[in-house]
Write a protein that binds this ligand. Sequence first.
Ligand SMILES: [Zn+2]
Length: 377
Amino acid sequence: MLPLKYPTGKQKATFEKEYISLVFNNEDRKQEFIISLNKILKKIGYTNNLTLDDILTRNIEWLAEQSENINHLLEPGSVEEDELKELFNYSDRYQPKIAEFFSSQQQIKLRTCFYCNIDYINTFIGLGNYVSLKDFLFTADKSELMKLNSIGDTKASKVIDLRKKATKVEDLGLSKNLLKRLWKIDFRNLEIKDFDQRAIFNHFTLDHILSKAMHPLTSLSLYNFVPSCYACNSKFKKEKPLICKATTHNSPTSEKFNYHITSKFKYIFTSCKAISNPANDKGFSIELEQSEESELYGVLFKLEQRYREHTDIALDLLEKRQKYSESQLLELSRKLNIPVDTIKANIFGKEIFEEDDSRYSFSKYKKDLSKQLKVIE
Ligand SMILES: [Zn+2]
């Protein structure tokens, strides 16, 4: 439902390079992979030049096309098909590495699910509550100390030994350079870059836009992954395809993605209150308006039904709008000498002014309804 915002220019190139080197951190294995791939392509008579780096980092449009070309040449159930699936085996071999990449990268902000914008998909650092570096170094156990990037087994043992008699951080046998780095860590606001993978947990699952079963060639491709919540990926979408070659604009990883613009939530006001429909006793129901070609999206993720369970948010907005008309808000703004948008953000929620819809849960929902109520333009 929301597009993934990738870095651009030079940062994009670095981002892609980091992805390739994390997935294939062993050059020998990468070369073996390329040899095996070329053998399969030769056997099926695929003559285009296809590099592994391209497969890993080219855009979803290109991927869909290449995969379909290859699928035309693959006999269903043939040895070559099995070989290709085995070579691009995501689940057994590459899944942990790819998840690690998405957890540790800082370019795409992982906050709410890109499909539903309901559940959070953030990564977090699983560390006890420490208020300062001193608190951490003097009270954390060995396994906690080793979660810091710069502290290994030997250093952790040394700290634990020395702290029995030490009174300050400088007495714990850590080098000046290391301490200089450690002092920069804000223990009330931890950053992923300072920690080892063992300390990092996440709430996301990685969905394949082009399914692994139908498009094995794309199983490891960066722009074929959408970090999403468990419900969207495993309960609703599962292995169902979201796009084919003709509809790549439906992929949140595509530059052409526009579902978030062409779809919107709307109040449907009802004049008579029907007892049979619980939403109607509020005097309205919520509809998800979407273009015909994108309907699959809403259907697949059961968006309308899931959002219908949250009509209390819509009711709250509506009641606030009835209480605060535009002229009253302008008057308040003048009296308090506070910009009218600040007042609106305080009353209706800061999400409606947030540029990045994926930052807060229900952001798109609240924005669409606020537009309809003319709270925002
Ligand atoms: Zn979701």
